[in-house]
Design a binder for this molecule. Structure first.
Ligand code: AVI
Length: 315
């Protein structure tokens, strides 16, 4: 298990995140990196989002996994190392354990705390699979420890989390995956472009779970930065950008206010926006091209009847 344990490590990471958050808040168009959505409460709220009927990506991806499980297992092969990027509650990877029979399972996530709980439960259920969890911010750099065999590595990146990166960043991550997959490959889930009404319902759901998920980032920032954001002074706002093919999440200030933290402060006027997340939607052609640009030569693609979502195995 590789999670920062020494007080020095923790302090270094804490400091690092503070300056990253501060830079984003003080920029002309303020933003907070979406990785700060996933503190322990945010991770649970995201799990709740995946249970909403309006949030089609999870259900649709699951239906593709179920329908094509055999074909996917044939493409990926059995007995290798399954490396789960953004493992969360590890449920999606677990649903492939019977078909892929991995000899080891490496779960990677930003929130190691949430991951550890999930992995401990899983380890008891599958004692024959070697399991390891790694707390890693792979949006910066993907560093798979050398102790993990390079043979038959399958990177598993479901849920269209690739869509939360800018295309330049997504390409960079895919290149790193390609380099570290050697003779293995990448099994990735990608959300496809669709009607605004479907996107709006999924990202601004009537139960307001997504609003809570988005607003909770302010509490996550408070704990990293020591700031005094008050959640009730903001509201969740969703825009669809047809030029960039993406859903955009913001927090809008409901009044004029000042947020302070040790050493600095920021004035927000009513209506000012803080950008918190992009969720890019691809076409089959655009994602295929990106995979080719990243160095993958072969792709196998499975979709649902409405073409809402694609599951791709790339080598
Ligand atoms: C994790 N990621 C793929 C989700 C998405 O759909 O972009 C995060 C999310 N944001 C709001 N709802 C879900």
């Amino acid at each position: 298990m590789h999670i920062p344990t020494t007080p020095e490590d923790k302090k270094a990471i804490h400091h690092d995140f503070s300056s990253e958050i501060e830079m984003g808040l003080l920029a002309q168009s303020p933003s907070i990196s979406p990785k700060f959505l996933y503190d322990p409460l945010g991770s649970h709220l995201f799990t709740a989002i995946t249970l909403l009927p309006e949030y089609y990506p999870t259900n649709t991806e699951n239906s593709i996994f179920i329908e094509y499980q055999e074909q996917i297992a044939t493409a990926v092969g059995i007995g290798g190392t399954l490396i789960d990027l953004g493992a969360g509650n590890c449920q999606k990877a677990e649903s492939f354990f019977d078909a892929l029979k991995p000899s080891s399972y490496i779960a990677i996530d930003f929130s190691a705390e949430y991951l550890e709980d999930a992995l401990n439960k899983l380890a008891g259920k599958y004692p024959h699979i070697q399991m390891q969890c790694i707390g890693m911010d792979f949006s910066r750099e993907l560093l798979i420890p050398n102790s993990i065999t390079k043979k038959k590595r399958t990177f598993f990146y479901p849920g269209s989390s690739i869509g939360n990166f800018l295309s330049s960043e997504a390409l960079e991550l895919l290149k790193q995956i390609k380099n570290q997959a050697s003779d293995g490959g990448l099994l990735v889930g990608v959300d496809l472009m669709k009607e605004d009404s479907v996107l709006m319902a999924a990202y601004d759901d009537p139960l307001k779970v997504t609003a809570a998920f988005n607003l909770n980032i302010l509490r996550s920032v408070n704990s990293h930065l020591g700031s005094d954001f008050r959640v009730e002074q903001f509201r969740h706002k969703v825009k669809i950008n047809h030029i960039e093919n993406r859903v955009e999440l913001y927090l809008e200030a409901l009044e004029d206010l000042i947020v302070s933290w040790p050493g600095n402060s920021k004035v927000f006027k009513m209506g000012d926006l803080i950008h918190t997340e992009y969720s890019h939607k691809y076409t089959i052609e655009s994602i295929k091209q990106m995979l080719i640009n990243a160095g993958f030569q072969k792709t196998q693609i499975w979709t649902d009847p409405k073409d809402y979502f694609a599951v791709i195995y790339a080598q």
